[in-house]
Ligand binder design. Structure first.
Ligand SMILES: *Cc1c(COP(=O)(O)O)cnc(C)c1O
Length: 420
């Protein structure tokens, strides 16, 4: 039986998988079972921030696996404490505390629970708790019942109603709609400063500042989903700092790139006082209020610590910005009419495609047409919606690898282009 046969027989068909069977990786390269090599600008969807099998990450996993892989959050876990200190001191740089999860959706569920706790602590005028979380069109927050309900995309909800109640969806980057959208039961605003899955859409500085102002004015929590954009990917430790660095969020979620390939996520709650007695927001999730058996175990924390220290010590966020400039300048020089624009920041970039100027087979989107053609030509990238492909190389990608990938992209797009 081939791998594809085994999938068809034994694995739920929840993913439309491409016909590629990866078996080995090194740096920005991946090999399939036939020995063909690919430049990997998908990186497991912005997960492998150091590329495949980075020696520092491999060594951290090897040592920890041979020392203590798992114990329990019943006990003090040294690597979890060190990782929390690394994140607070060097990446968030605001006073607050962390909880470790196993994925981005779980981290966002933690944010939703934190918002509800806050809504009990600071209720509506009549005394009933506030509970409603505002999220935005084209957002993506994950696939658990909570994170899916937070996601403002009908195709994600299809066939799964009733959803978790308590969300209001507003248009992204629309200040007037936000100012008119606050209700007595509203307790928080949750957004991706740079949307990933929804097509790589960057919040404008005006919008992000308006969100922060509205939160202050109405006593709402400001929550950033940095699951895809965080930890150097967008050119700063945190994506919101690329847009409006003075903003201080109340809560943040992460996953993807923070583990470099091991399953780890986290959410952070600020220490800001939320009442006259000086109660810290971060103290609302006390003993017994939340938990995860695997969350923050010694193995994944040792791995994440190695990844985040490597990103910091080698200034990979700044490197991502240099590579962004290289990509933008090269793509602009092609003057290809089938490319509408390049959106995003650092190495979370979306290349917009004009479907009228690409040969798209019946029943396929422009993005998937380009993605599968690129794969055939040795370059792996994910789509982001029907008309955008994403470039998500490792943060330590070299200029030579960027040039090689862009040469494949140019050749492929010229081959598919209609009307020039
Ligand atoms: C991928 C993603 C999630 C979900 O993360 P999982 O680890 O797949 O649960 C949530 N938010 C954003 C912005 C994402 O990109």
């Amino acid at each position: 039986m081939t791998t594809a046969d085994l999938f068809a027989t034994h694995v739920l068909p929840t993913y439309a998988r491409l016909p590629l069977v990866p078996v080995r990786g090194a740096g920005a390269r991946l090999w399939d079972e036939a020995g063909k090599s690919y430049l990997d600008f998908c990186t497991g969807i912005a997960v492998c921030s150091l590329g495949h099998c980075h020696p520092r990450l491999v060594e951290a996993v090897r040592v920890q696996a041979g020392t203590l892989m798992h114990c329990s959050n019943l006990y003090q876990i040294p690597k979890q404490a060190e990782l929390a200190e690394e994140i607070n001191t060097h990446h968030v740089r605001l006073p607050g505390k962390l909880f470790f999860s196993n994925s981005g959706a779980e981290a966002n569920d933690g944010l939703i629970k934190s918002a509800r706790r806050f809504g009990h602590k600071r209720p509506q005028a009549g005394g009933s708790p506030r509970f409603e979380v505002i999220t935005f069109s084209q957002s993506f927050h994950g696939r658990t019942l909570g994170a899916m309900s937070a996601t403002a995309q009908a195709k994600i909800h299809e066939g799964f109603d009733p959803l978790l109640p308590g969300f209001r969806y507003l248009p992204f980057n629309n200040i007037a709609a936000l100012e008119n959208g606050i209700r007595p039961e509203t307790v928080a605003v949750l957004l991706e400063p740079i949307q990933g899955e929804g097509g790589v859409n960057v919040a404008t500085p005006e919008f992000l500042r308006a969100v922060a102002d509205v939160c202050k004015k109405h006593d709402l929590l400001l929550m950033f989903d940095e699951v895809q954009a965080g930890f150097g990917r967008c050119g700063d430790s945190m994506a919101w700092r690329m847009i409006a660095p003075e903003i201080e969020p109340d809560a943040i979620s992460w996953a993807k790139g923070m583990g470099g390939g091991v399953p780890i996520g986290a959410f952070w709650l600020g220490d800001r006082a939320i009442d006259g007695a000086g109660t810290a927001f971060s103290s609302l999730l006390g003993p017994g209020s939340h938990g995860s058996t695997y969350g923050g175990n010694p193995l994944v924390c040792a791995a994440s610590l190695a990844v985040l220290q490597e990103i910091r010590e080698h200034e990979l966020a700044a490197h991502a910005l240099l590579m962004e400039v290289r990509i933008r300048e090269t793509v602009r020089s092609w003057k290809l009419p089938c490319i509408t624009e390049v959106r995003g920041s650092g190495l979370l970039l979306g290349v917009g495609l004009d479907p009228a100027r690409i040969d798209v087979p019946e029943g396929k989107t422009a993005a998937l047409t380009v993605v599968s053609q690129l794969m055939g030509n040795g370059l792996l990238v994910p789509a982001a919606g029907p008309e955008t492909i994403r470039l998500l190389p490792p943060l330590n990608v070299t200029a030579g690898e960027i040039d090689e990938a862009l040469a494949i992209l140019e050749r492929t797009l010229r081959g598919l282009a209609r009307n020039g």
